[in-house]
Design a binder for this molecule. Structure first.
Ligand code: ATP
Length: 303
């Protein structure tokens, strides 16, 4: 059994560079088309595995070539793929991403096989969750499955960590099952109604999440690091300065690395520093899973 279990999405990111975004009805030429492995669940699982965590992944891929290949790639990264299910006659989840010359992106995702990750489909894998130390989830798979997995974890004393991305409103029933939540500023605002733009508002948002029953709140602040609040005591943990090229999967790398650090027994503060280093390396590179560093790189970065 694995100490960390990630439950979440797998996507093929179809990325096209464009001079500017096409208007409705317009056709433009793009260039440098690539297909990059992505999906928040997969990115976080890969980050944890590359950084040395003992990890299993619960997910659904399609029976297309991308789905079959990426499942094998997860295994090559050291992930237990027993619960990475292959759905017949179903495409793997996709993200269609256009990146403009300004660096802005425009993204449309379709769940496809990710929508097959129902409570019934994860039933054979409950033991993976209950035997683990920690369960890490995001919000790109069906919400009733996320709630079910959180309940199983809670009953078994498995710690529940939620990265509430992409932003969506959540029930109080789910929030009270969470031990650590890691929203970015936008997600924190959506969950609390408090706009996070300084340390005071970050603490107010954290307090609102504590009131929902969540003991540890980490609001990620991009290049400014993280606002960490434990039971109402808040502190900013600064990130690292790097020449950022593409922040895709920065949050995912942060979450996978954070859980790896905690699994090794690091304090919250030290695990955040470790996660900042991994995420900082990822923003200097292009793409999602292509940008996630291995442990030796983080070690070298921290020298
Ligand atoms: P994304 O959606 O781009 O994956 P996010 O919005 O979920 O990211 P952020 O708050 O932007 O999350 O960033 C998460 C972490 O990534 C930060 O706490 C920090 O460690 C790192 N990070 C993000 N942007 C930068 C940057 N420009 N320079 C250094 N580190 C960064």
């Amino acid at each position: 059994m694995n100490k960390l279990v990630v439950l979440g999405s797998v996507n093929a990111d179809h990325v096209l560079q464009v001079a500017s975004f096409p208007r409705p009805g317009e056709t433009l030429h793009g260039h440098s088309y690539t297909v990059i492995p992505g999906g928040k669940g997969a990115n976080q699982a890969v980050a944890a595995a590359r950084l040395g965590a003992d990890i299993a992944f619960i997910a659904s891929v399609g029976d297309d070539s991308f789905g079959l290949d990426i499942r094998q790639a997860f295994a090559n990264d050291g992930i237990n793929i027993d619960a990475v299910m292959v759905e017949e006659n179903t495409p793997t989840g996709i993200a269609m991403i256009q990146v403009a010359a300004t660096g802005e992106n425009s993204i449309c995702i379709s769940a496809e096989a990710n929508a097959c990750l129902t409570p019934e489909r994860i039933a054979p894998h409950h033991a993976l969750i209950s035997d683990a130390d920690t369960l890490l989830m995001q919000l790109e798979t069906p919400i009733d499955t996320i709630e079910q997995a959180a309940r199983i974890a809670k009953q078994a004393n498995t710690k529940v960590v939620l990265n509430p991305a992409p932003a969506q409103a959540l029930s109080d029933d789910l929030l009270q099952l969470i031990d650590i939540i890691t929203p970015n500023e936008t997600e924190a605002e959506l969950l609390t109604g408090i706009k996070v733009d300084d340390t005071q508002s970050a603490q107010q948002a954290a307090d609102a999440l504590h009131q929902k029953g969540i003991p540890v709140v980490m609001i990620t602040l991009g290049s400014k690091g993280v606002w960490l609040s434990e039971n109402g005591q808040g502190v900013q943990v600064e990130g690292f300065r790097v020449d950022a090229k593409d922040t895709t999967a920065a949050g995912d790398t942060f979450n996978g690395a954070l859980l790896t650090g905690l699994q090794e027994g690091k304090s919250l503060h030290d695990a955040i520093k470790f996660a900042h280093a991994a995420a900082a390396i990822s923003v200097t590179r292009f793409g999602a899973q292509t940008s996630i560093p291995h442990r030796r790189e983080v070690k070298h970065f921290l020298l």
